[in-house]
Design a protein around this ligand. Structure first.
Ligand SMILES: [Mg+2]
Length: 263
C-alpha cells in the first residue's frame, strides 16, 4: 500500500496542468461495501471522511466515476467538492463530450420510451422481474425468477433484443440474468477519466472493482496509477491491487496523510 502512495506522489512532479493530485474512484464495491440492492449501498465512513478532506485541499481533484445516474451518485456520496461522472462516463456535468457521443445520447433518449414500453410489456408477464431505468440505460433483471420461468423469459428477451437493436441509438447486452439496453456510444469510464485528468491535471489515481473499471485501467495505462479492488483470483489490467473497500479506505487515508504533509 505504501508502494502505491509512493508511486502516486512520484508522479506529482512530472504531471501536467495546475493540479497536484487527481483521484478518480468508482463508488459501489470500491467506496461502499457491495449491497444486495443499489439502494442499500452506503458510503464507507472512513473513505467518505478521507475523500471529504482530500477534496478540500488545494490542487486535489476528487472524481466519483460510476454506472449510477449522477443525481443518484450525488445523493449517495454527498461530497460537495467532487467531480461527478455517471452512466459509465456518459454523464459528466461541466465537461464537453465528443460530438458523436452527444449525438448517440440524444438518439438513445428518443428511443428509450419505445424500448421501455417493450421491456415493461415482457416484464409484466414475469412476476419477480424488475426494470431499472437510468438516464442512458435500461436494465431488465430476472435473477428472482424460477429456472423454468427464467428460461422462457430469456427466449423472449432474445427476440426483444433483436427488435431493440434496430432502434436508433440503442445497443443491447446480456449479463448475468439481466438484459441491458444502453446508448450506442463509443465511450466508457476510461474515456471520461482521460477528460477529467486532462482538464484538472495532477498525478492520477484510479480505483475500481468491476468489469467497467477495466476500461479505465486500460485507458489510463501510463497516465495514472490504477488499483483494482478485489480478490487475487480475478484478472485485471490494473497495476496494483487491494483486497476490499476497507483497504481502499486505508489507502485513501494514507494518501490524505501524505498530501497533508506536502507529499
Ligand atoms: Mg464498482
Amino acid at each position: 500500500m505504501d508502494r502505491i502512495v509512493r508511486e502516486l506522489f512520484c508522479r506529482t512532479g512530472a504531471s501536467r496542468g495546475p493540479g497536484r493530485l487527481c483521484l478518480m474512484l468508482d463508488f459501489d464495491g470500491t467506496l461502499s461495501e457491495m449491497a444486495p440492492t443499489p439502494e442499500k449501498a452506503r458510503f464507507y465512513p472512513p473513505s467518505r471522511r478521507a475523500l471529504d478532506e482530500l477534496s478540500r485541499l488545494p490542487g486535489v481533484t476528487v472524481a466519483l466515476v460510476s454506472g449510477r445516474d449522477v443525481s443518484d451518485l450525488r445523493r449517495k456520496a454527498g461530497l460537495g467538492r467532487a467531480v461527478y461522472c455517471g452512466n459509465h462516463g456518459l454523464e459528466l456535468p461541466g465537461f464537453r463530450l465528443p460530438a458523436d457521443v452527444e449525438a448517440a445520447k440524444k438518439a438513445f433518449r428518443r428511443s428509450s420510451l419505445p424500448a421501455l414500453r417493450l421491456l415493461r410489456e415482457i416484464s409484466s408477464r414475469y412476476p419477480g422481474s424488475r426494470i431499472q431505468r437510468k438516464r442512458f440505460s435500461i436494465s431488465l433483471h430476472y435473477r428472482a425468477l424460477r429456472p423454468v420461468a427464467a428460461l422462457a423469459m430469456e427466449r423472449e428477451l432474445g427476440e426483444a433484443a433483436r427488435a431493440l437493436a434496430r432502434m436508433p441509438g440503442v445497443r443491447t447486452g446480456a449479463g448475468k440474468k439481466v438484459l441491458e439496453v444502453k446508448a450506442k456510444a463509443d465511450f466508457h469510464k476510461g474515456a471520461a477519466c482521460r477528460l477529467i485528468l486532462e482538464r484538472r491535471g495532477g498525478a492520477g489515481l484510479y480505483m475500481g472493482d468491476d468489469v467497467t473499471d477495466e476500461d479505465a485501467f486500460r485507458s489510463l495505462r501510463g497516465r495514472a496509477v490504477t488499483v483494482f479492488v478485489g480478490p487475487r483470483s480475478r484478472r485485471t489490467a490494473a497495476m496494483r491491487r487491494v483486497p476490499d473497500p476497507r483497504s481502499a479506505a486505508a489507502l485513501l487515508e494514507k494518501i490524505l496523510e501524505a498530501a497533508g504533509r506536502g507529499g
